[in-house]
Design a protein around this ligand. Structure first.
Ligand code: HEM
Length: 146
């Protein structure tokens, strides 16, 4: 969700002149926000290329009460540094459903199987479109744990 966010970018049309740092972008401009790049900001995620789920550990014990993805981010991190479901009034309406589904599916798989990837990240052959797709599928080896 951080390194390869399924939705790599979102767009908005500015309703008013908006300042981004030293630049003022006029009303009506279409702005693209590259979530995939945002998630690799080394100031927010040191050693950004590294897959390290422990980055999100701090509040994991509160996961069951979590009401938004941001709450599961490191508290010292900018609240908008990690936005796989976007943010604001038009963010993902399926966010909570998707997270529940993810936890159930991934949890059930991990309880029952050891999972080993047979590809490197480069071999996934990412095909960026509206959503990120692996060009040739995701190949894993499952070994029964029981
Ligand atoms: C891991 C899974 C998912 C991710 C990463 C994801 C991500 C996103 C993102 C980034 C947006 C764009 C929001 C924006 O423009 O600011 C979006 C919109 C949306 N998503 Fe998801 N989504 C996921 C799963 C789902 C599911 C399961 C559903 C429905 C059951 C869903 C329904 C929607 C809808 C209806 C919108 C449009 C909301 C609007 O424009 O008001 N998504 N999603």
């Amino acid at each position: 969700m951080r390194l390869l966010p399924p939705v790599p970018f979102v767009g908005r049309e500015l309703e008013e002149d908006t300042a981004f740092g030293e630049y003022v972008v006029p009303k009506g401009t279409e702005v693209g926000m590259l979530i995939a790049a945002l998630h690799q900001d080394p100031e927010q995620f040191p050693d950004p290329e590294k897959f390290n789920p422990n980055r999100f550990d701090q509040l994991n014990s509160e996961l069951s009460q979590q009401s938004s993805v941001e709450e599961n981010s490191n508290v010292r991190r900018d609240p908008f540094a990690y936005i796989p479901f976007s943010a604001g009034p038009r963010n993902c309406i399926g966010q909570k459903f998707a997270l529940m589904e993810l936890m159930i599916v991934v949890g059930t798989l991990l309880l029952n199987f050891n999972i080993e990837s047979t590809q490197t990240r480069e071999e996934l052959g990412l095909r960026p479109a509206l959503t990120f797709h692996p060009a040739k599928g995701i190949h894993v080896k499952l070994t029964n744990r029981h």
